[in-house]
Design a protein around this ligand. Structure first.
Ligand code: NFE
Ligand code: MG
Length: 553
């Protein structure tokens, strides 16, 4: 990571690392706190433009290449958009398989974010070398259903020590920053446990990739999802669903006995992170509908206003539009996604009027956060039983209060709670798939015909980072317009035409920054959104005065 201080009190972090894609954060500091913030996507995604004039069946193959992280969700969402336009529904078995692929992806991504992307904002692996493995083993036994296994922890610690002896410390030396860093407060034993879970999580990550590929054909980027259903006829075998179940079981054990106790430990060790990172409004889409009826979604849509658990509403797609006035695009009018225009018009790296490749989606004109915090807060506000009981029990054990959900740490708490809920729910879909395979159900595709007349459709999806929507207009069997309104666009976009800050910009206002050379609180807050500024054109122009240099070995 490189930090560049421009003149005055502004601090620029560019690029923000441990995310997907290229993000620049600029903040104005006053009295050790953030007074103003600009979040800028330093990357152009041309996918919407590429799709124009192509046949709709190309959409899943192109859209999922926007990203290597949420991959098959774009395929699925574009398929749903076209299916919505055609007014068709995939057969129940195809819907079930889509549930398996999507849920495995969300669990995978949440786990990767918790340990491998966001984890090192809190965990100091170098400090884990000072731990007493026996003491750490006792702590594991006290906080989870796992048995006391100091031998495993001793081996991890030895590996870390050997690695550190090589002198090529990279990210392991006192977290991101050289020297003593008071912002890192886990005990050596806690650091050792979390380091062990970081490495174990890498193996689960690999397995979950395999689980997706069992039905998606490959990972990343599903090959088997098509308009009308799925095509994985070869996967409709008992041994395939057994393999999927085997991976699910390992994941479930890890989620319950590592992720859940670890987020508890984190919340207790960093209570101040419950006090910053606030945004204002939230939305969620529905997903995981009953495969037979297409009703009763497991994740339910909604809107929540002003960080108020008593102020919630139904979601109405009519109220979504996208602003470009402060983005590097032509035009200054907010447009409905069906009529959205993506015409690049870059100004400069220093520009504060137009400063991002991201558009600024708004709902009823308001910036809305989306993602696990939005989904869980809306479900909690609506008194949905499972979310309510999981969060209430977390509040009781951690001392956290419901209103503290709206914070940097609250975002991560919701991510882990959601991971647990979804992993538990997967068992039912695995059972249903196994039963249908046993009964010989191989109806996974419904034929369709593209009409000549003009049609349009919208597809929505609950993806890892929030509510994703694809909007397609088709004429003469070709895509006339295609717009993707992506969770990270909602969360990490720029200001809109009315100058309203995006959720990520709001979240930084007032964020503490006691050490501008090591602005870990700002990184914790930005990372808590799990940003994905997916890869397209890379346009970074790095200027300013260097305050620290980091060698990448
Ligand atoms: Ni590229 Fe994504 C997800 C989508 S972007 S990771 O989840 O859609 O926020
Ligand atoms: Mg878009």
């Amino acid at each position: 990571m490189s930090l560049n201080a421009s003149t005055g009190n502004n601090l620029i972090i560019d690029p923000v690392t441990r995310i997907e894609g290229h993000l620049k954060v600029e903040v104005e500091l006053e009295n050790d706190h953030v007074k103003n913030a600009w979040v800028s996507t330093q990357l152009f995604r041309g996918i919407e433009v590429i799709l124009k004039g192509r046949p709709p069946k190309d959409a899943p193959l192109f859209t999922q290449r926007a990203c290597g992280v949420c991959t098959n969700t774009h395929a699925l969402t574009s398929i749903r958009a076209v299916e919505n336009a055609l007014k068709i529904k995939a057969p129940p078995m195809a819907e079930l398989i889509r549930h398996l692929i999507l849920s495995a992806l969300i669990v995978h991504d949440h786990l990767v974010h918790f340990y491998h992307l966001h984890g090192l904002d809190w965990i100091d692996m170098a400090a884990a070398t000072k731990a007493n493995p026996a003491k750490a083993g006792k702590l594991v036994a006290q906080t989870s259903n796992r048995s006391d296994d100091p031998a495993e922890l001793y081996i991890i610690q030895k590996r870390l020590k050997d690695f550190i002896k090589t002198g090529q410390l990279g990210f392991l030396e006192n977290a991101y920053f050289l020297g003593e860093n008071k912002a890192y407060r886990f005990t050596p034993e806690e650091n050792l446990i979390l380091s062990a879970h970081y490495f174990e999580g890498l193996r689960i990550q690999l397995e979950l990739g395999r689980a997706m590929a069992l039905f998606a054909g490959k990972n990343p980027h599903a090959q088997s999802m098509v308009i009308g259903g799925v095509t994985c006829y070869d996967s409709l075998k008992p041994e395939v669903i057994d393999h999927f179940r085997h991976i699910w079981k390992k994941t479930m054990e890890f989620v319950e006995n590592a992720m859940m106790p670890d987020i508890m430990m984190m919340t207790k060790s960093y209570p101040e992170a419950l006090g910053y990172g606030k945004t204002s409004n939230f939305f969620a889409f529905s997903d995981f509908f009953n495969p037979e009826t297409g009703k009763n979604p497991y994740f339910r849509s909604g809107v929540l206003w002003g960080n108020d658990l008593d102020k919630h509403d139904n979601m109405d797609m009519e109220h979504i539009n996208e602003h470009v006035a402060r983005s590097w695009y032509e035009g200054d009018k907010a447009l409905k996604p069906y009529d959205g225009i993506t015409e690049p018009s870059y100004t400069s790296y220093e520009d504060k009027d137009k400063y991002s490749w991201s558009k600024a989606p708004r709902y009823k004109g308001a910036p809305m956060e989306t993602g696990p915090l939005a989904r869980r807060a809306i479900a909690y506000a609506r008194k949905e039983e499972e979310t309510r009981s999981m969060l209430d029990s977390f509040f009781k054990q951690s001392g956290m209060k419901p209103e503290q959900l709206f914070s940097t740490m609250g975002r991560t708490v919701c991510r882990v709670v959601e991971t647990t809920m979804l992993t538990r729910r997967m068992e039912g879909w695995i059972n249903s798939t196994a039963e249908r395979i046993k009964a010989g159900d191989d109806t996974i595709y419904q034929k369709w015909k593209m009409p000549d007349k003009a049609i349009k459709g919208v597809g929505t999806c609950c993806v890892t980072r929030g509510g994703l929507s694809h909007w397609v207009r088709i004429r003469g069997g070709k895509i006339e317009n295609f717009q993707m309104v992506v969770p990270s666009t909602w969360n990490l976009g720029p200001r809109c035409a009315e100058g309203k800050l995006s959720p990520a910009e709001q979240s930084l206002m007032g964020c503490p920054c006691p050490d501008p050379e090591r602005p870990v609180e700002i990184l914790r807050t930005i990372h808590s959104f799990d940003p994905c500024i997916a890869c397209s054109v890379h346009l970074v122009d790095n200027r300013g005065e260097t305050v620290r240099k980091f060698k990448v070995m």
